[in-house]
Design a binder for this molecule. Structure first.
Ligand SMILES: [Zn+2]
Length: 354
């Protein structure tokens, strides 16, 4: 399986140290071991591992408002870890539309107040090594986009932390920078006129959707567990969301009932690929979440390894593609799922999948 795997050692430096979910501290499942398991399984399967190259901030700034880079530094300078025992950034107040009731959105000087300005949940923590890992993941996405822009048919970025829940200016859902949006923007900058993003993570990629919601040049499609059935991100991911303004008709959501297995999920992936193909995109970004697997603790979908291989074939056949690692949390099955998905993509692209 010869799909290049772009890797940044820095991705291991993000230690969220758990999460606060429904008011209780949990260990969390977005752990550094995920990246190691994925890298090792793909290397054993024969994939060449390529080091991520550092990139400037131009593409990142094209899809994100800057600020996150400074949050840990500000938190530390405010003495929150040393003097108050707060060793991770966790906001406690959120400027919701109901709270402001029309008042202007301020940027409060106190960092513990300001954190809720750009973090929208309590389970996406920032610690001392987080920014290096977040930026390493973005560099992996940018390097994979470079490979595809310069003629590779497929490249996979082993991004950790994942990214598809990050909007232009707000992070959450264990994501901090939107690696898929960064890859799509990089492909555009390198000359692709139209990019299709196909998101097969178990959860809706609300961040990617909203970054491109009013744009025609980047189409976004997602198959995911129905947010209306009680699943993250709860507020987005509904079938009626089809884009706005110039982006009207350039967004497609396929929500699935909890318990959906290979047949229903692959029908959704096929629907997305059919719509993407009709646009004749010059390049494709795949948000490759492996958490739709039956073994995964974070979603109620029941996809098998064979399902992921079949999905890989469908997205791999669409055109030159950057595959971006998103979710996937069951360490024992994660490697096999990644190998299946990438082997399928290689088959779909007509490359040697052995
Ligand atoms: Zn997910």
């Amino acid at each position: 399986m010869r799909v290049p795997v772009v890797w940044s050692e820095d991705c291991l430096r993000h230690e969220p140290g758990g999460e606060v979910w429904l008011g209780v501290w949990d260990e969390g499942t977005e752990v550094p071991a995920r990246a190691v398991v994925l890298r090792d399984a793909l290397a054993v399967a024969g994939a060449p591992v390529v080091a991520a190259r550092p990139h400037g901030d131009e593409i990142v700034r094209a899809v994100h408002d800057p600020d996150l880079a400074r949050i840990w530094q500000a938190w530390e300078q405010a003495g929150l870890p040393a003097e108050y025992g707060r060793d991770r950034v966790v906001p406690y107040v959120f400027p919701t539309p109901g709270m402001l009731a029309g008042l202007p959105l301020r940027s409060p000087p106190a960092v513990h107040g300001r954190a809720g300005l750009f973090c929208y949940d309590t389970m996406t923590l920032v610690g001392p090594g987080s920014w290096a890992a977040i930026r390493g993941a973005a560099d992996a996405a940018l390097t994979a986009a470079d490979l595809v822009s310069s003629g590779e048919r497929l490249a996979y970025a082993l991004c950790r932390p994942p990214g598809h829940h990050v909007t232009r200016s707000a992070y959450g859902g264990s994501c901090y920078l939107n690696n898929a949006a960064i890859a799509a923007q990089a492909l555009r900058a390198a000359g692709a006129r139209r990019v299709a993003v196909v998101d097969i993570d178990a959860h809706h990629g609300n961040g990617t959707q909203m970054i491109f919601y009013e744009r025609r040049d980047v189409w976004y499609g997602s198959v995911h567990v129905d947010p209306g059935a009680g699943w993250f991100p709860h507020y987005a991911g509904y079938a009626a969301e089809r884009g706005r303004g110039d982006g009207e008709g350039c967004n497609r959501n396929v929500p699935l009932a909890p318990g959906t297995g290979d047949d229903g999920w692959l029908a959704g992936v096929t629907a997305l690929c059919d719509e993407a193909r009709a646009l004749a995109p010059d390049a494709v970004v795949v948000s490759l979440g492996l958490d739709a697997a039956a073994t995964d603790p974070e979603s109620p979908l029941c996809v098998t390894e064979a399902g992921y291989r079949a999905a890989g074939r469908l997205v791999g056949a669409l055109g030159p593609a950057v595959l971006i690692q998103e979710g996937g949390y069951d360490l024992p099955s994660l490697g096999g799922l990644a190998v299946a998905a990438l082997s399928g993509a290689a088959e779909g692209a007509g490359l040697d999948a052995s």
